[in-house]
Design a protein around this ligand. Structure first.
Ligand SMILES: [Zn+2]
Length: 451
């Protein structure tokens, strides 16, 4: 009898182990099935390392990349190929943020239930949120300089424009050498972080609005430079006596250095964190580069950090989110890249576009910094230079040292009910933010609002 009991127990343990294994497999299958199926050695999906399933379109159905019997091909238009490369990807898989690398299960049409690919064998149709024409406008406006231009709808989250330069023609991948140091493979919008320069004064302003109750009543006197902790903080010229709003509009380093020191590095660090500037985000599953804000000692570092210099780094996508949140009264939609996925019968999966909201600011603070950014346009950038846009903006001319020209930034949003758009323009070593990056923003926003 004892023997039978022992055997029964053994059988029960065995059955339990099999069941546990089955559950574990099912969980793993559900979680990873699509990536197993999209594994690059799977010959029904890849040919010579190239994804041979799925067609990629822009938001309007403009073809960006498809598959024929001879393999994957791209748009006939060279400017479309160059300006959408970092969104579409290359056949070598060098563009880590490209749809061909990151949206493989959406493209292959892998079905988890049947374990099959789409019925036609051709894969799905993936519609990105980007507008190919707008990408062309942005890429061409960069005129071969390194940088990035991004525009997104802060109510829906759809990224309409995501251009990164330098680029290369995916039909001629050999044009980028193995020893390439231009960064052509890098999507500067998602995967890089840069010295923010004066665009960071929006962060210092937000902290000041909330922590210094009399900030609007103060007057700052700028004589062209101020000495803080033995270190000279300088302006381009003496701004004289100015208000808080004027200090942001003329981008007075002396005023903002004083404000930063009064706020202190702990408070500024807290705001950088709360505003999501030192963390990586997910854009349709693509992890972005994190920025950084690091003060180890002294008021001089705090002063320089408060005007966006020192070791400050900001990722353009994180800056775009902040602009979206200011525009949206503290909250905005998370930036996304997928507009729709349709199977070979043209039936939408229904999962896109997916809108997720996030909150960075309280509504009253958002309203105040939004008003100040509108004042920047009226007082400094000139409404006539941005006709019809209702522009709220901040420029940045970020010193990068080593005798190199500064990075030119122009960031902000427009308050047009038909076009709720936030934007980021960055020209590496481009020079002055408002005079170099500003006109690019105008060109792209005019094109975006003309539709
Ligand atoms: Zn000044």
């Amino acid at each position: 009898m004892k023997k039978i009991e022992r055997r029964s127990v053994s059988v029960i343990i065995l059955i339990a182990a099999i069941l546990a294994g089955l559950v574990l497999f099912t969980v793993k299958y559900v979680k990873r099935g699509s990536s197993w199926a999209a594994f690059s050695a799977n010959s029904s999906v890849y040919k010579s390392g190239v994804l041979i399933k799925g067609t990629i379109y822009d938001r309007n159905g403009v073809l960006l990349s498809g598959v024929s019997d001879s393999g994957r091909y791209y748009s006939d238009d060279l400017d479309v190929r160059l300006s959408t490369l970092h969104a579409v990807g290359d056949i070598g898989g060098n563009i880590g943020t490209g749809a061909l690398s990151v949206f493989t299960s959406e493209l292959t049409g892998y079905d988890m239930i049947s374990g099959n690919y789409s019925a036609s064998g051709k894969g799905n149709s993936l519609y990105l949120t980007i507008d190919a024409e707008l990408n062309k406008t942005a890429y061409n406006a960069l005129e071969g300089r390194k940088g990035t231009v991004a525009v997104y709808n802060y109510e829906t989250g759809e990224i309409l424009c995501m251009a990164s330069s330098p680029s290369f023609d995916p039909n001629e991948p050999s044009s980028v050498g193995a020893d390439d140091d231009s960064g052509a493979y890098i999507n500067r919008f998602l995967s890089s972080a840069f010295t923010p320069g004066s665009t960071f004064k929006t962060v210092t302003s937000i902290a000041a609005i909330e922590k210094l109750p009399d900030i609007y009543d103060r007057r700052f006197t700028c004589g062209g430079s101020v000495t803080i902790d033995g270190n000279n903080v300088t302006c381009t010229h003496a701004h004289g006596e100015i208000t808080f709003e004027q200090a942001l509009a003329v981008s007075c380093n002396c005023a903002f250095a004083e404000i930063a020191v009064e706020l202190g590095s702990d408070t500024l660090s807290e705001y950088v964190k709360d505003l999501g500037l030192d963390e990586a985000h997910s854009v349709s599953g693509i992890k972005t580069a994190a920025g950084s804000y690091d003060i180890s000692e002294g008021d001089a570092e705090t002063a320089w950090s408060g005007v966006g210099q020192h070791t400050d780094l900001v990722n353009p996508e994180a800056m775009l989110r902040l602009m979206g949140a200011i525009a949206g009264g503290g909250s905005a939609a998370e930036p996304t890249l997928i507009r729709d996925v349709k199977n070979s019968l043209g039936i939408s999966t229904g999962a896109y576009p997916s809108t997720k909201k996030f909150t960075l600011l309280n509504p009253e603070t958002a309203r105040q910094i939004s008003d100040m950014m509108s004042y920047n346009t009226a007082y400094t950038y000139g409404e006539e230079n941005y006709p019809g846009l209702r522009l709220h903006a901040k420029s940045g001319t970020a010193e990068v040292g080593d005798g190199a020209a500064p990075h030119a930034w122009f960031v902000g949003f427009i308050t047009n009910p038909d076009h709720p758009l936030a934007f980021v323009v960055l020209v590496e070593n481009g020079g002055s933010g408002s005079s170099v990056a500003g006109p690019i923003a105008n060109k792209v926003l005019q094109a975006a609002t003309a539709k």
